[in-house]
Write a protein that binds this ligand. Structure first.
Ligand SMILES: O=C(CO)[C@@H](O)[C@@H](O)COP(=O)(O)O
Length: 257
């Protein structure tokens, strides 16, 4: 029987509502940053588990901690102008849409299986993004990784942006390719061969940032290569740049900043 959102603990329903708002808003960043055309691309986010001390549900259901894990993803083929929290689709980590209040005919993204596979096999991942951004997709068309020749790449990706296998849509192939490629890498971006970039993050905003930065460095390294041979960065410097940027850069978590 299909899981019904309205039958879940209130704390879970509230977490789903907040996730829908974030995922709907973040989709606007893809066209705004020139990463997609028409309806290409998609963003998803794992629904955060309510804290263990969440108030007991008023609706009949199990403890929030016992609710199946869920994620939110865009509906397939819907214009970016028409995306809203109300039409964000809620799925289980098997990629199955639940009775989430949207029309039963509204299908989740055609990449739902890939996003679901990543969430099932990478517990630290809270957000997944897929685009066909021009320069990153051009590197994917050649099946060539983007070498780590910019300090921005060391900061953001901790090394080269790797290439994943040619994989067809519709089953676990793409998701398996993403996980098998990124599991051994510090990169939050992977160039799926002949297809385009997929990125991961601690949440959807982090994954969107990785998609923006992936396209930026793909373009810069492409331009550099037109002008000559780019220069590698020594491994030890890549490590120190990555550690600094990931742990020191910016305002940290200090709420006063
Ligand atoms: O690349 C693909 C599928 O892998 C595109 O169809 C995708 O970017 C957009 O599909 P959806 O609108 O999310 O179903």
């Amino acid at each position: 029987m299909t899981l019904a959102l309205t039958e879940l603990p209130e704390a879970v329903q509230e977490a789903v509502a907040r996730t829908r708002e974030r995922v709907a808003a973040l989709h606007a960043e893809l066209p705004r940053n020139g990463l997609v055309v028409w309806t290409a691309g998609n963003v998803s986010e794992r629904v955060p588990r309510p804290s263990a001390d969440a108030s007991p549900a008023s609706t009949p259901s199990a403890d929030p901690a016992e609710t199946p894990e869920l994620f939110v993803i865009k509906p397939s083929g819907v214009s970016y102008d028409d995306l809203s929290p109300e039409n964000m689709v809620v799925c289980t980590l098997d990629g199955e849409k639940i009775a989430d209040g949207t029309h039963e005919a509204l299908s989740p993204s055609s990449d739902t299986a890939a996003h679901a596979y990543v969430y099932r096999h990478m517990d630290h991942v809270g957000g997944v993004v897929h685009t066909h951004s021009t320069y990153a997709t051009a590197w994917a068309a050649r099946g060539e990784e983007i070498p780590c020749v910019l300090t921005m790449m060391a900061d953001e990706f901790g090394g080269p942006i790797p290439v994943g296998p040619l994989a067809v849509i519709g089953d676990d192939s793409i998701g398996r390719g993403i996980v098998e490629t990124l599991r051994g890498s510090r990169s939050r971006a992977v160039l799926m061969r002949n297809h385009g970039p997929f990125t991961i993050g601690r949440d959807a905003r982090d994954a969107v940032k990785a998609a923006v930065m992936c396209e930026e460095v793909a373009r810069t390294v492409h331009v550099s290569r037109q002008l000559g041979q780019e220069l590698e960065i020594p491994e030890n410097l890549v490590d120190s740049l990555f550690e600094r940027y990931q742990n020191v850069y910016g305002q940290g978590d200090d709420p006063r900043a």
